[in-house]
Design a protein around this ligand. Structure first.
Ligand SMILES: CC(C)(COP(=O)(O)OP(=O)(O)OC[C@H]1O[C@@H](n2cnc3c(N)ncnc32)[C@H](O)[C@@H]1OP(=O)(O)O)[C@@H](O)C(=O)NCCC(=O)NCCS
Length: 328
């Protein structure tokens, strides 16, 4: 019998954004036609966001995810026959069922292994990555596709300026493979369901109709406070658990929700701004896709190199949060 390899390593990454760029000025002009007032200045000052990518009405999450996943497979040099696990994080699945992971599996011509979705909103990718790491370390899989993909524009209320300016669509993916060398060196996940009310889309489908509110709602200030506290503690905990110092981290890839949260976090942890990957200005908040999109951006532009220690962090609805430390 073949011995299990003890580690799981990221061997490829990909990202895909829909072609339509919507700048803050574009959005402000569109919202003005509805009588909703906002401005480029307000959005940049409060969030750091300059633009977002918005999918066409007929583009589903699986379409974005398939493009990102194919790019990650090409990067890792693997083919459809190698993948024996797909975990896809999304809160905007194509359907109630089947899972979006199953649709992506079919799109990619993958005929073996397991495929399922995880739902942890903006923490979805770190939840999915931690799950895939555990599958591989337990010997249940050798080559996993871990994907974060969203068409969040479908659940935004374009009359609510407190939320609709913050989000965008996109997909990011990595290939995680069994390896003799680390790899994912540490992970930790949290949830506090008692805080579900501060960020949710509480509608449901019942009797063939949408019941309740289908749009994302948020108490921005409560989320802001919770996010900085949860993520700074989580970063310290994952480092302590993994036997590394915060100063050992080469790159921090935090969830891309708001530049003020990212800056506050970096400062609190003593991580220099040059070590923090920021894409929120270009992508806005793409929920489960934000961390893999940012990771892919910094790998492809040459910042994140083989051997670097990377801290990835997610935070979002649930309330959920968590961290993964990866040796690239
Ligand atoms: C949403 C967020 C940017 C709002 O910033 P804020 O500084 O807390 O702003 P407030 O909600 O207090 O609103 C301040 C004012 O700006 C107004 N405002 C809100 N959105 C606006 C917009 N898009 N354009 C212009 N004005 C806006 C408000 O109506 C309010 O006006 P008022 O004082 O006359 O009532 C901020 O709370 C935040 O980033 N929170 C975290 C959100 C997040 O990251 N969520 C995802 C986590 S996964």
């Amino acid at each position: 019998m073949e011995a299990n390899m003890p580690f799981a390593k990221i061997t490829g990454s990909g990202g895909y954004l829909p072609p339509r760029v919507v700048t803050n000025n574009d959005l402000a002009a569109e919202l003005a036609t509805r009588g909703v007032e906002t401005s480029d200045e307000w959005i940049i000052e409060r969030t750091g966001i300059r633009q977002r990518y918005i999918a066409d009405a007929d583009t589903r999450t699986s379409a974005l995810a398939t493009r990102a996943a194919q790019m990650a497979m090409d990067d890792a040099g693997i083919s459809a026959g190698d993948v024996d696990l797909i975990i896809l994080a999304t809160s905007t699945p194509d359907f109630i069922f089947p899972s979006t992971a199953c649709i992506v599996q079919a799109n990619l011509g993958i005929r073996q292994g397991a495929a399922f979705d995880v739902q942890a909103v903006c923490s979805g990718f770190v939840y999915a990555l931690t799950t895939a790491d555990a599958f591989i370390k337990a010997g249940h899989a050798k080559t996993a596709l871990v994907i974060g993909a969203e068409v969040f524009s479908n659940i935004l209320d374009w009359n609510d300026r407190k939320t609709c300016v913050l989000f965008g669509d996109g997909a990011g993916a990595i290939v995680l493979q069994a390896s003799d060398a680390p790899g994912i060196v540490g992970a930790e996940l949290h949830a506090d369901g008692s805080q579900a009310g501060i960020l949710n889309a509480s509608g449901n489908v019942c009797g063939g109709k949408v019941v309740g509110d289908p749009f994302l709602r948020m108490d921005g200030q409560a989320v802001f406070k919770m996010a900085v506290n949860a993520l700074s503690k989580s970063a310290q905990d994952v480092c302590a658990k993994s036997g590394v110092q915060l100063s050992d981290i080469d790159w921090m890839v935090p969830h891309q929700a708001n530049i003020r949260i990212i800056n506050f976090l970096g400062k609190k942890l003593g991580i220099a701004p040059e070590k923090v990957v920021v894409t929120v200005d270009q992508h806005a908040n793409t929920s489960a896709a934000s961390v893999p999109l940012a990771l892919n951006t910094a790998r492809r532009d040459g910042r994140i190199k083989s051997g670097d220690l990377v801290l990835m962090q997610g935070v979002g609805g649930g309330f959920t949060w968590g961290s993964v430390l990866a040796r690239m």
